[in-house]
Ligand binder design. Structure first.
Ligand code: EPU
Length: 421
């Protein structure tokens, strides 16, 4: 069993280089198969979810050539639809994008039910609504866990209005629409930076997409896309996780290779807690200069405070002065990690979608589980701040989304190691 052992109490100092964004890399890797040509994707994070996506494409017939740790060439000329391996697809959420991609390239799709972190129900009704608006018929084989989509007359552009702001549905319908006949208009679209990154990738391949980053995205279908070289944007959640770690442990760290604009909501909350933050062109310096104060957080779709930073900030608030509140505005149940923090002496009460965090003077090391990706990051942050040793199990959920987190933290002076038994 693999575990992380964290000895707390060390302040963090130095520079950390942020990797490419997981939630941009996953759709872009899948979307590359729409070109049927060679795409070179750079600044790929070296994480297991990206490796799984590439394994899925390889199993579908793509030629995948890694060029070092962070770059890959994908030749999708010989890709076939309907044969993605169920055991890989069912382990990650990003595999839903295969439905849009297979529909766009082959006019039909067969994909296993996607997995990913467990936050309660994770419906895909908005994805399906979008595919159907473009002319596909979608059916579920719930017994065997497959989703089928079929557009015998091809996909045709249309208006799609989403009832909820969904990153996944926005991405999936963009993927389905780029090669459709005519114009698609997505209304109430998600505005996350990774949506813009996907649009930029597609436009580099010859697509005609405007409005990404606003709530109305317009896609004029084109007949063909061509291969390209594309560099993924930096991961704002990885950057925010390191910022949170400095808030919890103290010290001063320069977070490099980021887009500071993407960090605004996280920086604002950390400043409100008392952290000193300086912004540069492509980096941020964060320093702990005084004890942390209580704050209120509510997660929202971008540009609101990101749900994917909620557990990490809760871990920081465990030792801030006073009673903080964290309200989850995106997922119905993202608080499973709270029980683990309690094992470390945290005082947290959860009621519905809100947690009240009563700051304690210090956390103590304990054996805890990474219940999901960001919940696992929260365990690392708490462990770095705690007195004593913390043992974190189920670390594969952390390694799904963080590129060399142990190496990067160690370089900043943290005492964290991975044990493989
Ligand atoms: N929703 C629906 N119907 C749908 C789709 C979504 O009701 O058809 C609801 C969900 O239940 C949720 C809300 O809409 O309440 C937002 O879900 P969204 O579709 O935006 O989430 P996602 O695409 O499944 C991605 C990220 C998550 C991140 C969310 C929100 C990927 C692979 N996953 O999920 O990232 O929390 O957007 O920003 O991009 C993570 O990286 O740790 C992670 C969980």
């Amino acid at each position: 069993m693999e575990r992380y052992i964290v000895s707390g109490g060390k302040a963090l100092f130095g520079d950390v280089e942020i990797s490419g964004m997981k939630n941009a890399a996953l759709p872009i890797v899948v979307a590359s198969i729409l070109t049927g040509e060679k795409c070179v994707i750079e600044n790929l994070p070296s994480i297991s979810d990206v490796r799984k996506s590439l394994d899925i494409l390889a199993a579908m017939g793509a030629e995948v050539n890694y060029k070092g740790n962070n770059s890959v060439e994908i030749d999708s000329k010989d890709v076939k639809g309907g044969i993605s391996p169920y055991d890989l697809v069912s382990k990650m959420r990003g595999s839903t994008y295969l439905i849009g991609a297979e529909l766009a390239r082959f006019g039909r799709a067969k994909v296993g039910w996607p997995g990913g972190c467990d936050f309660g129900v994770r419906p895909i009704d908005q994805h399906i609504k979008g595919f159907e608006a473009l002319g596909a018929k979608v059916t579920m084989d719930t017994e065997n866990g497959y989703i089928y989509a079929d557009a015998p007359n091809g996909l045709h552009g249309n208006s799609v209005y989403f009832d909820v702001v969904s990153v996944g549905a926005t991405i999936n319908v963009m993927i389905a629409a780029v090669l459709a006949k005519g114009k698609t208009v997505i209304d109430n679209a998600a505005r996350e930076p990774h949506i813009v990154d996907l649009a930029n990738f597609f436009n580099t391949c010859g697509a005609k997409i405007t409005g990404a980053g606003t709530s109305v995205i317009k896609i004029q279908g084109v007949e063909k896309l061509h291969g390209c070289n594309y560099t993924i944007i930096p991961d704002m959640i990885e950057a925010g996780t390191f910022m949170a770690a400095v808030a919890a442990t103290g010290g001063k760290v320069n977070i490099k290779n980021i887009i500071p604009k993407h960090m605004e909501s996280v920086s604002a909350k950390l400043e409100e807690m008392g952290m000193k933050i300086e912004e540069f062109d492509d980096s941020i310096t964060i320093e702990k200069v005084k004890p942390l104060k209580k704050i209120q957080i509510k997660t929202l779709p971008y540009p609101g405070f990101p749900t994917d930073m909620h557990p990490q900030l809760t871990a920081v608030l465990c030792t801030a002065e006073g009673m903080s509140t964290v309200t989850e505005g995106v997922w119905e149940n993202r608080f499973r990690y709270v029980e683990e923090l309690r094992k470390m002496g945290a005082e947290i009460e959860v009621e519905g979608v809100s947690a009240r965090v009563n700051g304690v003077p210090t956390l103590r090391g304990a054996e805890v589980k990474a219940v999901d990706l960001r919940g696992g990051a929260a365990m690392i942050i708490a462990g770095l701040a705690a007195k004593g040793t913390t043992e974190i199990t189920n670390i594969m959920s952390i390694e799904r989304g963080y590129d060399d987190i142990v190496g990067k933290l160690t370089a900043l002076g943290a005492d964290i190691r991975k044990i493989e038994e």
